[in-house]
Design a protein around this ligand. Structure first.
Ligand code: ADE
Length: 264
């Protein structure tokens, strides 16, 4: 396997390139692709920048130019539901582009001419990710996140959620819009700006992918407050430790070949 690891921002991928053995950098399409091994897994790390086009371009390049066989997206997201709290972890079970609306020609959220509104990530990889997320919270969390940051962000007992992740080219900071989206998308757990674009690319290219997000905010009027502090001091640690756990797990128990499934 060759694992492509994408994050939108440098702060979401802190420490990964430094952890790489034999790293080599190749610049393509205004992005730095770092190839090497991460905990003995052949990997390519890259920052997509923000938004669906940026993410789609990066995922496509990872597959077509770097030959990755699997893609993992790590980063932060806004909570998509009241049951989801800042500091929780979300592993996507399905992904939808919430700003896709070609109605009345096609149903709302359907990506025209695919017949799909929801794209499914790879079940095996997603299961490994949620296992790694649980282990991170049980075993690494207290050492990885300082007490000051735990108190500042009220991270008492973070949980792992699996559910629907909605992506769109908007930073969601409006309670009313979020509630409307939550009502329109049953099972919504998080909102972000890249995951569903990566999932569509991976579906079309037949490459398994998975998306994991640390919840940085409640997607309301306070969403941008302390955002970068959270990404640097909390989310970066989550991503590093979970990626390390996933790589070790993949080395020990390689994934079985799986058919890329569609969505609904
Ligand atoms: N990523 C993190 N928080 C977000 C939000 N509120 N909206 C969109 N993307 C996000």
């Amino acid at each position: 396997m060759r694992l492509g690891i994408i994050s939108a921002l440098a702060e979401e991928q802190l420490g990964l390139v430094e952890a790489m053995r034999g790293p080599s950098k190749l610049i393509h399409g205004m992005r730095d692709y770092w190839a090497g091994t991460l905990w003995e897994i052949d990997a390519v790390c890259v920052l997509s920048r923000i938004g669906k086009v940026a993410a789609a371009m990066t995922a496509t390049t990872l597959v077509e130019k770097f030959g990755v066989t699997h893609i993992l997206f790590t980063g932060v997201a806004g909570a998509g539901d009241k049951t989801v709290q800042v500091g929780d972890i979300v592993v996507a079970e399905a992904l939808v582009q919430h700003d896709m609306d070609a109605s009345p020609l096609f149903p709302r959220f359907e990506v025209p001419l695919t017949g799909l509104t929801h794209f499914q990530p790879d079940q095996q990889l997603s299961l490994r990710l949620s296992r790694a997320a649980h282990e991170f919270l049980e075993r690494d969390f207290l050492d990885a996140i300082s007490e000051g940051e735990r108190q500042a962000f009220r991270l008492a007992q973070p949980r792992v959620h699996r559910g629907l992740v909605a992506s769109g080219d908007q930073f969601m900071n409006d309670r009313v819009r979020l509630e409307a989206l939550n009502a329109a998308l049953p099972g919504l757990v998080a909102v972000e700006m890249e995951g569903a674009a990566v999932a569509q690319v991976c579906y079309e290219l037949g490459v398994p992918c998975a998306v994991i997000r640390t919840v940085s905010d409640n997607a309301n009027e306070n969403a941008a407050t302390d955002f970068m502090r959270f990404v640097k001091s909390v989310a970066a640690q989550y991503a590093f430790h979970i990626t390390r756990r996933v790589c070790r797990d993949l080395l020990k128990y390689p994934l079985q070949p799986s058919r890329v499934s569609a969505g609904t």
